[in-house]
Ligand binder design. Sequence first.
Ligand SMILES: [Zn+2]
Length: 205
Amino acid sequence: MTVLALLSGGLDSTWALWKQLSETHYPVTVLHVTLMDDRKRYIPERIASRQIVQWLEENVRPLKQYKEVVVDCSDLSSPLLDSAYVAPVAASMMLDDKTASTILMGSALDEEEHFIEQSINDGDRLFDELFKVLWRQGCGTCPSNVELRKIKIIHYAVDTYKAEMMRVMPQPLVDLTWSCRTPVWNREGPQICGVCFVCKYRGGK
Ligand SMILES: [Zn+2]
């Protein structure tokens, strides 16, 4: 049973992946979707993902595969929730790997509460619904001898705050993550803004 772990480079997905690799022996494929838009957040996120994967392979255990897929959304006038771009990529990878049966996504209680307070659509639920539609549609186009596998989607750690993740996870791994939504650029490259809602939940670290 292969697990497809979605890694954004942020704290929540790193936490989910670290726990999965540390506590189970299932083969894990990691997917990082680079959402290329004008905000340039994808640059520090992609660097973070590569470094996190390298750290985990050296210090925990090797992955089955690390895959990056680029989605160019720079010409969209109104950007969608990240899940809208990631779900089709995940569905296509699950169709390609017949041994894959579980999708692992990071989540945190801080963000759940934030979305409820702001009445923002929940990206986790959007992912689940969109994936289901795409999966049925994709399987419908496969040869009829391909059976419709049951796929489990795990939103890991919806009950855990980011501060708790940062306290428990090895510090070098925490330091490699990138969560800031609105990076500020200077001569040394992207710096965290310290004021976006995720920076606040991380205590500006
Ligand atoms: Zn920030």
